[in-house]
Design a protein around this ligand. Structure first.
Ligand SMILES: Nc1ncnc2c1ncn2[C@@H]1O[C@H](COP(=O)(O)OP(=O)(O)O)[C@@H](O)[C@H]1O
Ligand SMILES: [Mg+2]
Length: 251
């Protein structure tokens, strides 16, 4: 079995009376693209938020490459190599595409605007950011304001920004949401292309067809718990997974 890159070990997260995650355990393995499915409200985004340190776990442990990162804050998780995109695109609309990559440090928090003044001295960072944009087919839009990007381009810019910190594990929260068929096809190729630069990729998606071809393994969640894990064929045919989707709009 492949080495574990990131492990969730009995992780729980509550919001008042809502058990968003309940003793969730699963592993992300070296080299894999792990798909995560589950009906709306299953806890998929909370899982990413707890993995990336946006929320602190109430119980359980998160271990990255043998290191317990449970108590690290979001900034420290970023430094440790955990990167993510958001379900709702978060870009600086009135900054250029290039600036959006440059201002993102590993936690995607914003550097003080004063640091914009020193961009001239940051040639290497600019070159690296442009290379990142090039990989996501956005280099020709580097000087365009992010707010003017087409939806698919904005999604890819988020990914480029997440990759700029050279992370170990990249979490993508519904990257194909709102994309048409052609954009989804391209996204598939883009995600595959960045695979070799990462230890692992975790993709939360509602697009089952996309996940079936993209994922090495799938994890299915419901009510903050693990429902099933395994190959896409096994998980998508799992009776509890099928019934979790019956009567929901996601099926
Ligand atoms: N910041 C928050 N405060 C309160 N409840 C939250 C918060 N974030 C998520 N939740 C709740 O946790 C549950 C899981 O949400 P989420 O992870 O966003 O689901 P999904 O699987 O659709 O991504 C939902 O019931 C949601 O309302
Ligand atoms: Mg979500």
């Amino acid at each position: 079995m492949a080495e574990t890159v990131l492990g969730f070990d009995g992780v729980s997260k509550r919001f008042g009376g809502i058990h968003a995650l309940s003793a969730l355990s699963f592993e992300v393995r070296a080299g894999e693209i792990l798909g995560v499915i589950g009906p709306n409200g299953a806890g998929k985004s909370v899982m990413i938020n707890v993995a990336s340190g946006v929320y602190a776990a109430d119980e359980g442990r998160i271990v990255h490459r043998g290191r317990d990162i449970t108590r690290l804050n979001a900034h420290q998780r970023g430094r440790a190599g955990i990167a993510r995109t958001f379900q709702n695109i978060r870009l600086f609309k009135r900054m250029t595409v290039l600036e959006n990559v440059l201002v993102a440090d590993k936690t995607h928090t914003v550097r003080p605007f004063g640091s914009l003044l020193s961009f001239g001295r940051r040639r290497e960072e600019i070159a690296a950011a442009l290379a990142e944009l090039d990989r996501m087919r956005l280099a020709d839009k580097a000087d365009q304001l992010a707010g003017t990007l087409a939806y698919g381009d904005a999604r890819r810019l988020e990914i480029a920004r997440a990759l700029a910190g050279k992370p170990s594990v990249l979490f993508l929260d519904e990257p194909a949401a709102g994309m048409n068929e052609r954009e989804t096809e391209e996204l598939l190729a883009d995600i595959r292309a960045c695979r070799s630069r990462l230890d692992a990729i975790v993709v939360v998606e509602h697009d089952m067809a996309l996940l079936r071809v993209l994922s090495d393994r799938l994890v299915a969640m419901n009510y903050g718990q693990l429902l099933a894990e395994g190959t896409p064929d096994i998980v998508l045919a799992h009776p509890e997974v099928v019934s979790a989707y019956l009567g929901t709009q996601d099926g």
